[in-house]
Design a binder for this molecule. Sequence first.
Ligand code: SF4
Ligand code: SF4
Length: 236
Amino acid sequence: MSNVDHDDNHDDAAFAAGGGPRVLSVSVASPRVRTIQVVRPGPADASYLNATSKGLAVTLKHFARNFFLPLRSKESRAKAGAPVDEKWKNEIETVQYPEEKVTYPERFRGLHRLTLRDDGAVRCVACMCCPTVCPAHCITIVPEESDSKGVEKRPAIFEIDELRCIACGLCVEACPCDAIRMDTGEHAKPVEDRSDAIETLQTMMARGVKSIAKQGGAGPTWRETAPGKHPHDFNR
Ligand code: SF4
Ligand code: SF4
């Protein structure tokens, strides 16, 4: 008896349109084992010519808009959150950073902060999960004994090299104590000396009370405190 079945339910139209691999056969013994036919990019896609010309067209469109079109209206600038002061009024679409700033998306991963307990102590228990998971190896933690009841360790040194950080957020995901977050809404500041880009335990603790999210927020309304929870009732 054959241990594979041919799958007649595959979507040839989706396959032809590059919508995904086509399932050729499925194992009877283990249906999750399948033989698939993978869609390879055609010569037009593989050459990158289409994508390159599309990119150049977008650049040219922006150049023409900046060069020929009239001033953005005050209303448009106000809507974008840009200052409407005449001094900064200009005809181009370029954001005049740092005087103008764009509005970051809600899930923007900003500078790290270390959350605090009710008594002001850092929540981090120096479990080393975040430096282990960090793909950029930019977290340095030196643990020490904690004098808090029921807490074994705390970080004596907790540093993050923001020049190496790729803002992936894995440290936040890995933390079992909700001790590290990237919800400050701040991005890393420019520095002239590499050492100035290293975030320390003290700076991240000082930022610990700053959040654009509500502590204990739940579900899609994560900006609101869950019913019955104290705003600083972390992870409980
Ligand atoms: S955001 Fe990513 S790269 Fe940055 S410290 Fe966390 S795990 Fe490392
Ligand atoms: S921040 Fe969280 S994951 Fe990192 S060492 Fe502290 S408790 Fe562990």
